[in-house]
Design a protein around this ligand. Structure first.
Ligand SMILES: Nc1ncnc2c1ncn2[C@@H]1O[C@H](COP(=O)(O)OP(=O)(O)OP(=O)(O)O)[C@@H](O)[C@H]1O
Length: 360
């Protein structure tokens, strides 16, 4: 497959302080990659390095087969054939929409330029609005102009830095779906940076979770959720609870709520202390079950209700039941664990056994 972007073991520093620590990733043509992580983990710095705004202390970056960054060499941003969309839109206030969209179309003039601009405005759903000025547009429309401007010169790669974070939740969700469609239609390759996992999942074919300058997992949204490779990723992505347990056989784990068998084998040895990840959808209602837990909290989600359940030990579980399984706070409900594969992490030495922890 055609690789548009390659980062090989890149290291970035600010005044000697490490911000990106030996990160590698590869993006194929026509795909959208997301970097996701908590504030300060280094994702914007990675994007700035890809754009050519930040030099590398080690490693190298390739765009479309050319080395663009390595220690001592940083190809300037304007020579990288990139499109960029940032959260503050950064539209030129003195140019109308057509002027903004056509800004990067150097050397293209007259009727051809007009046609390209009109086409791009149609693509982003702003046909006929070329004569308006940025201050006459809503936040979502401004962001669409920024996207049209970035896409118009047909860049090899488009970089999006938290592009929707200034918009309200509903618009953000709608626009991220639309942007995904627009990028797909154009066959564009994109890298998006966000701290919002819903945005990353809505847009990304592949998502990288970062922490403290390192890439912990580079995978599909499905695998990040169902097969987290790392305890931090399991905690950061989605909701869930970690229950302390022990390994009985490579595939069997015992916790306070029973013995669970999965299709994954762990080689930590019999009796190894561990934490088992239980997602809300791993816990299903079962009136016949002898395992009972008390409803501590409930959050109505329309088709489903998210319950926080308290176990006899004081530990907690999260459970997502269909909305018709309506239970009152304080009620005891029968539950069963229904998980094909068990995601567990060895308990670090020094941890004493204790109550379950609620992630997110
Ligand atoms: N201009 C700068 N000078 C010095 N340190 C910086 C600078 N910019 C970022 N840093 C530091 O580098 C690290 C990574 O920052 P970066 O902005 O890449 O993180 P981020 O994951 O994008 O965070 P956020 O989501 O808050 O934007 C942080 O520790 C930050 O404090």
């Amino acid at each position: 497959m055609n690789e548009i972007l390659a980062l090989n073991d890149i290291v970035c520093r600010y005044d000697g302080r490490l911000a990106v620590d030996g990160l590698s990733l590869h993006v194929t043509a026509g795909s959208i990659a997301c970097l996701l992580g908590p504030s300060g983990c280094g994702k914007t710095t990675v994007l700035r390095a890809i754009a050519g705004f930040h030099p590398l202390s080690a490693g190298n970056i390739w765009i479309n087969g050319s080395a663009v960054s390595q220690p001592g060499f940083t190809l300037p941003p304007e020579k990288r054939r990139l499109g960029m969309v940032f959260q503050d839109h950064a539209l030129f206030p003195h140019l109308d929409v057509a002027g903004n969209v056509g800004f990067g179309l150097r050397g293209i003039t007259g009727a051809r330029r007009q046609k390209l601009v009109d086409e791009m405005l149609e693509v982003v759903g702003l046909g006929g609005m070329g004569g308006r000025y940025p201050h006459e547009l809503s936040g979502g429309q401004q962001q669409r102009v920024a996207l049209a401007r970035a896409l118009a010169p047909q860049p090899d790669l488009i970089l999006l830095d938290e592009p929707f974070s200034n918009l309200d939740v509903e618009l953000r969700e709608r626009l991220s779906g639309e942007v995904r469609e627009i990028l797909r239609q154009r066959g564009a390759t994109g890298v998006l940076v966000t701290h919002d996992q819903h945005e990353a999942f809505a847009l990304g074919d592949v998502v990288g979770v970062m922490r403290e300058g390192k890439l912990l997992q580079w995978d599909t949204p499905y695998n990040l959720y169902h097969e987290p490779a790392d305890r931090f990723v399991a905690d950061f992505i989605g909701q869930g609870v970690f229950l302390r347990g022990t390994l009985l056989t490579p595939e069997t784990i015992e916790t306070e709520i029973g013995v669970h068998r999965g299709d994954r084998a762990y080689d930590w040895g019999r009796g190894a202390p561990l934490e088992l990840l239980l997602r809300p959808d791993d816990i299903v209602p079962d009136p016949e079950s002898t395992l009972r837990a008390k409803v501590a909290q409930k959050a109505f989600r329309g088709a489903e209700i998210l319950y926080t359940l308290r176990l006899p030990s004081g530990g907690r579980l999260l459970a997502l039941f269909p909305s018709h399984a309506d239970h009152a706070i304080g009620e005891l409900v029968g539950i069963r664990v229904q998980a094909d594969h068990l995601v567990a992490f060895p308990l670090a030495a020094g941890h004493s056994a204790g109550a379950a922890r609620v992630a997110n």
